[in-house]
Write a new protein. Structure first.
Lengths: 155, 794
């Protein structure tokens, strides 16, 4: 019987503890891309053989976690941006040497807001055409927000 | 006992009493299948209003009846109604044996002897329902049809697939069994349903509590045991044909069953065909990440599906033994919502809107084959039972071949393929039911082989072996008290195969060497666990009190132990943890039930503690561009319970209420303070049922209305979203009418009467904001037929 009491002690304690007010983070972080010099925005065009700077503003109620960028071609129109505006796509085509970037980035510990600034070089031999960029952002608690935009790589 | 209860016989005994008089008397005795007198049976003779009831000894008497034809009806709580036509020319004596009727409290119906027997012999909360309950609450799949039971919810994947949730736990924490044998399907993915033919289920027993004692690993939250328990009568041949239609997804279903028995040899067979189109939702578009998917005709693109099921059972039954061979095969194919399979928005060149009935990519296809031999024999008062089963589950998931991340465009559309073969052997021995202490002991063993293929990796190939031994006992020190308890030891082994990507990717951002990355490492892991349970049931007149404390467990799954790759459905990186220990849980259950003649009340609270809950923790980190989810173990406490009340407002109207609530909290780990994923919100259901009584050609008529209030779910964990509360009204009605001599059972169910737009927190598509189906009318027609036993045709 004593054993049982021991087993259920944490339970009772937790029920008691559960009643005390705890602040839990239920808020998703936010990505702002069309503000404060954000680049690129939906339907932008970027010249190949150049370096562009990705700029976006991140914020969270508590603490930001990390972010990742994923740039891939959308020559087959398979993905859609999360932006309500449709960009005009070029005709469907097969990739030869598409540009690709998959990279994760850190955010300084404890930041409530952060302006990301990442230099990205698009090689001169990369395929031109429709590309898609996914920006993924987490906060410390594990909530993730995704933004996707379409842009074009041009000559 | 079950055999006895179901191998019922209707005996009619005419004893003529040689009194010549103008007015006659009908006298008799009413017994239950186990030869006990049944008190309170209502007996009516024809349209005469002055009926009678049986006394404590089951005796009744109807006097002063004129000569002529009478239809004698016998109705009693918990028994099938019986009618006999007699030509009254003299005083007559009857012996009636009533067949138990399986209904539950949750139908806001009367309690029956079998149900009561099952419940009062288990210190855990138990629900028992029959095929009639399923017909009354029919939904696209079995677990959705069971959703109405207190403490039971479902995770639905579109309109035709679902998996069970018992008190907020699901996946491998719930065992679905068929005739006592664990149904080995692929229940680890959120989009995997349970493959069973809901037309083939005759009785369902739900245990809401730790059940590892009898079922071994996985039965932490409980068990849903689907039973084919109906045994045809000797020298009978019968069957039924079911037709079902649903307006919301334009479902058409036909199921035909046959059953027959000579003397000792019996057989049953069933074929079911189901076809459904895309289901409709009460919205024109679905918003996801500020993008609106426009829906054509308010239909959820590519959610159509089909099912083809067949089963055959063969049996041999005598007083001392019974042997049954169950063979069944289920096949289902169903589409996934085209615009967001998983979490990412997808565009496609497929013209999904050309037809709402075709199944395009992405879709899933599952074939489940099962052979089960069940053998019971009584030797010198000892009951031996031997079960041997083989199952093969072949699941395939197809989606458009597109490149993703470092993965180039795959050669075909076969994203995942799982082939699972499992053998299980159970042996149980029980002593005499008349013994002072009823003991049963047994051993079981199980071998599984899982092969994974396809270009999308979530699960490595693995094999699993398990064996367990148990001893369970129960005793009745007094007539009011039942004490039960048991112990079980299980040991198991999982052998996981190494898996490497079929494409190359750079080692890291710094080291751009291209390699075939290892996604699962070869491992060989052993587990063991000692589970136990103890409880008691106390009955005093109309009051039943229950208490049960149990410990149960589950072995970690291969993907929890060893996966290290991208889940292309959820677009996240899932990281296994080879250090996981078995997940264990302690649960304390209480139960209180009061059964009054006019009302009944039941309360079943529970509290549980998991020292090592296996939790897929969403971290803030990224790997290969995707959020990393890591399998961790944390301490979790849970609590909650169900409430059930019903009241008879006169003889024709019944009112009922069902409430359920689950609460959970993680006490350690990174999500300390948070609850658990897919927690069903609190809900309250109010029911009104009207039974107008038998009309000229209609019998067993009922009209029922359910008003369900569901609270908001604000206790969420990433990647969930808070789900607002909602209210839904469902109506149903049914009757039995006769076309000549042929009875036809008609069931109507109108779900979501007001076409309310609402989200279900535990639905697979909730994450992408897809509301639940809109208004839909389901029509079911059952045509039973029976070539009656010869002794009845005299």
């Amino acid at each position: 019987m004593k054993k049982l009491t021991i087993l259920f002690l944490p339970l009772l304690l937790a029920v008691a503890g559960g009643c005390s007010k705890e602040e839990k983070d239920y808020v998703y972080p936010e990505i702002e891309m069309d503000c404060c010099g954000g680049f690129p925005v939906n339907c932008d065009e970027i010249q190949r053989g150049t370096t562009f700077t990705f700029i976006a503003k991140f914020s969270d109620n508590a603490a930001l976690g990390a972010f990742s960028l994923d740039i891939h071609h959308n020559f087959d129109h398979h993905t859609h941006s999360t932006d309500p505006l449709n960009c005009e796509f070029w005709p469907i085509k097969s990739p030869v040497n598409p540009f690709r970037l998959i990279r994760e980035y850190e955010i300084p510990e404890g930041s409530e807001s952060y302006t990301a600034s990442v230099d990205i070089f698009i090689p001169a031999d990369a395929d031109t055409g429709d590309y898609h960029m996914m920006v993924r952002l987490t906060d410390k608690a594990g909530w993730q927000t995704i933004k996707g935009i379409s842009f074009k790589v041009i000559e | 006992m079950k055999l006895k209860a179901f191998a019922f016989a209707i005996l009619m005994l005419y004893v003529s009493l040689a009194f010549a008089q103008q007015k006659h008397t009908i006298q008799g005795t009413v017994l239950s299948a186990d030869s006990l007198p049944v008190a309170g049976v209502n007996i009516t003779a024809g349209k005469k209003l002055s009926g009678t009831t049986t006394d404590k000894s089951g005796l009744f008497s109807l006097g002063f009846l004129s000569e002529g034809n009478y239809v004698l009806s016998f109705t009693a709580m918990g028994f099938e109604k019986q009618s006999h036509t007699i030509e009254l020319t003299k005083d007559t004596l009857f012996l009636i044996v009533l067949k138990p009727r399986i209904v539950t409290l949750s139908e806001v119906e009367i309690i029956n002897s079998h149900h009561e027997f099952r419940r009062s012999n288990d210190s855990r909360p138990v629900e028992v329902v029959n095929d009639q309950f399923i017909r009354m609450n029919i939904s696209g799949s079995l677990m959705q049809s069971l959703d109405r039971l207190p403490g039971i919810n479902s995770i639905s994947i579109g309109s035709g697939q679902s998996k069970p949730v018992i008190r907020g736990l699901s996946f491998n924490q719930v065992v679905v069994a068929e005739n006592g044998i664990k149904h080995e399907s692929q229940q680890w993915g959120a989009d995997h349903g349970v493959e069973v033919d809901q037309f083939n289920v005759e009785r369902i027993e739900v245990i809401k509590g730790p059940a590892s004692l009898m079922y071994g690993s996985d039965a932490i939250a409980g068990v849903i045991d689907l039973k084919q328990s109906f045994l045809p009568e000797p020298r009978s041949l019968g069957g039924n044909i079911d037709f079902s239609g649903q307006t919301n997804n334009m479902l058409g279903a036909v199921s035909a069953g046959l059953h027959g028995r000579y003397e000792k040899l019996w057989a049953k067979a069933r074929i079911t065909l189901i076809d459904y189109a895309d289901y409709s939702v009460p919205v024109d578009s679905v918003e996801y990440y500020s993008y609106y998917f426009k829906l054509k005709d308010r239909k959820l693109r590519n959610s159509a599906g089909e099912e083809k099921n067949g089963s055959v059972s063969l049996g041999w039954v005598t007083d001392k033994m019974s042997s049954t061979l169950f063979v069944n095969n289920t096949f289902s194919k169903s589409g996934f919502f085209a615009n967001a399979h998983g979490l990412e928005i997808r565009n496609s060149q497929i013209d999904y809107d050309r037809s709402d009935r075709d199944i395009d990519l992405p879709y899933q296809q599952v074939n489940h084959f099962k052979v089960h031999s069940r053998n019971l024999i009584n030797i010198n008062g000892l009951n031996h039972q031997l079960d041997i089963a083989f199952q093969q589950n072949a699941r395939q998931e197809f989606s458009e071949a597109v490149e993703h991340g470092y993965m180039p465009k795959p050669p075909d559309s076969l994203e995942r393929r799982f082939d699972k073969e499992s053998w299980s052997v159970n042996y149980t021995i029980k002593n005499r039911e008349t013994s002072k202490v009823n003991l049963s002991g047994g051993v079981n063993a199980e071998i599984q082989q899982n092969q994974s293929a396809g270009w999308g990796f979530i699960l490595p190939s693995f094999s699993r072996k398990m064996a367990g031994a148990f001893l369970v006992g129960e005793s009745r020190p007094t007539t009011r008290l039942l004490i039960s308890g048991g112990l079980r030891f299980d040991a198991g082994n999982i052998r996981i195969e190494q898996y490497n990507d079929w494409f190359v990717s750079p080692v890291s951002a710094q080291d751009t060497t291209s390699v075939f990355k290892e996604r699962a490492s070869a491992s060989d892991l052993d587990f063991s666990h000692l589970s136990w349970s103890a409880g008691m049931v106390y009955k005093y007149q109309k009051l039943t009190l229950k208490v049960n404390l149990g410990n149960s467990f589950r072995m970690p799954l291969a993907k929890e132990l060893a996966s290290d790759g991208v889940n292309y459905h959820m677009y996240r990186f899932e990281k296994g943890n080879p250090d996981l220990k078995p997940e264990t849980a302690y649960q304390l259950d209480f139960g209180m039930e009061i059964n009054h003649s006019v009302w009944a009340f039941e309360l079943s609270p529970f509290a549980g503690y998991f020292p090592s809950f296996i939790y897929l923790n969403p971290t803030y980190q990224y790997y290969e561009g995707l959020q990393v989810f890591e399998y961790k173990q944390s301490k979790v406490i849970r609590g909650g319970g169900e409430m059930h009340f019903h009241y008879n407002l006169g003889s024709k109207i019944k009112a009922g209420a069902i409430g359920e609530y689950v609460w959970s909290r993680q006490l350690s780990g990174e999500k300390k303070g948070f609850g658990l994923p897919l927690s069903p919100p609190a809900s309250f259901l109010i029911n009104l049922t009207f039974n107008p009584g038998d009309a000229v050609f209609l019998s067993d008529t009922w009209i029922s209305a359910d008003f369900k209030l569901v609270s908001a779910q604000n206790e969420i964990v990433p990647p969930e979203k808070k789900t607002p509360g909602h209210q839904v009204i469902n109506l149903s009605a049914g009757t039995t009418f006769k076309a000549g001599n042929q009875p036809i059972i008609l069931t109507l169910r109108l779900s979501n009467l007001l076409n309310t737009r609402y989200l279900n927190h535990t639905s697979f598509y909730r994450l992408i904001g897809v509301p639940e189906p809109g208004r839909g009318l389901n029509i079911g027609i059952r045509i039973p037929f029976l070539v009656k036993p010869k002794q009845l045709q005299k």
